[in-house]
Design a protein around this ligand. Sequence first.
Ligand code: ADP
Length: 410
Amino acid sequence: MDINSDSQDKKIIEELITKKIKFYKLESIINDEKRANELRLKAIEKILNKKFSHIRNYSMSPQNTRPNIENMIGAVQVPLGIAGPLKLSGKFAKGNFFLPLATTEGALTASINRGCSVIKRSDGANVRIIKSGQTRSILFKFSDIGLIPEFIKWLKDNFSQIKQVAERKSNFLELQKIDKFIVGDTLWLKITADSKDAMGMNMITLAARSIGDYIEKNYEGIRFISSSGNLCMDKKPSAVNLYEGRGKMLVADVYIDKDTVKKYLKVSSKKIIEVNYRKNILGSALAGSYGFNANFANIIAAIFLATGQDLGHVVEGSHGFTTMEIIDKKLHVMVTLSSLQLGTVGGGTNLETQKECLEMLGVHGSGKVPGENASKFAEIVAGTVLAGEISLVGALAAKHLIRAHLEHNR
Ligand code: ADP
């Protein structure tokens, strides 16, 4: 039988609807990803008695999406805007960068663009990575709390062996340290590792599993419960990610002279500082927030979506501070990003449009020295966050925010 015939397609669609064929099994039956996507969508259309003419139109190769999606039926499109150039003098990101921003949040791109103009007029922003390391906390249970002191000594004595075990399954991962936390008979071993250009969750989870198995096998009286015990802390707001950081911790700053503040932000430095202090510091403290900032999350989400990052990590990305003061008559604006999780390899970075966005920034794939591309990318993101914060806090101080939103959204 001609497996590409219309009648064959109709039969498959019926079998998908009646669940004779499972959606996820389709590729193994017809061995054609594009057609499998189309047939699943047609089945859904028939079940719902609706037509979806846009979802089925996409340019990416369905084969290429295999590591990223199951039961694919098509793609959603998100508008992509451009802001910049952003002038940076980082350790890794030096020069001017055009910023791809995927968002449906009107005024966000315009706001970041305005912040880039302010930064350009101020001779660029400085940015540095102050800490780097992916984390996972491995969960164990002691059979007897009397073992705890002895185990801590054993762990110290066996660190180099455990490091070897952790690094065995990856050419890139380097174990940096293991921290211990204990509650009753429960133990967390929080491992921190350099994952180079990868965001690193898969790599470090594999390493965590290997360490857990090794310890359970080689130390009597301890049970390995889970590769992750939520002290990592992955994709949930947490104090530990604010003060210890996860992924990359960065600081970016710029000194803006009085004329530039007036010309671009249309309000005095004093008023901007007042809004920042009372809103971002006092307001966030009172709310018990870990985000002492105006809008890190939206900015990070727009870059992450454009570049194939794990969007769950916008949560970590929202942790951090925007701080301001006057230094030598200039407005000194600083952003501290506590937990920036990103990569230039792995995840969604090889999807065609996401790859192009990373290429626009000059950071797709592995760095010449592994880790350099992810570091450069992190510095660009921190600079973009700085641009966005300057513009947004400025707009709030000038009471322009609602006006800007209405102008851009209506
Ligand atoms: P993650 O660990 O970020 O979740 P992956 O599981 O896709 O993502 O791992 C990244 C993959 O990229 C690994 O297979 C790793 O060997 C490979 N890789 C290639 N170049 C690099 C690099 N420069 N840094 C890190 N990983 C790299």
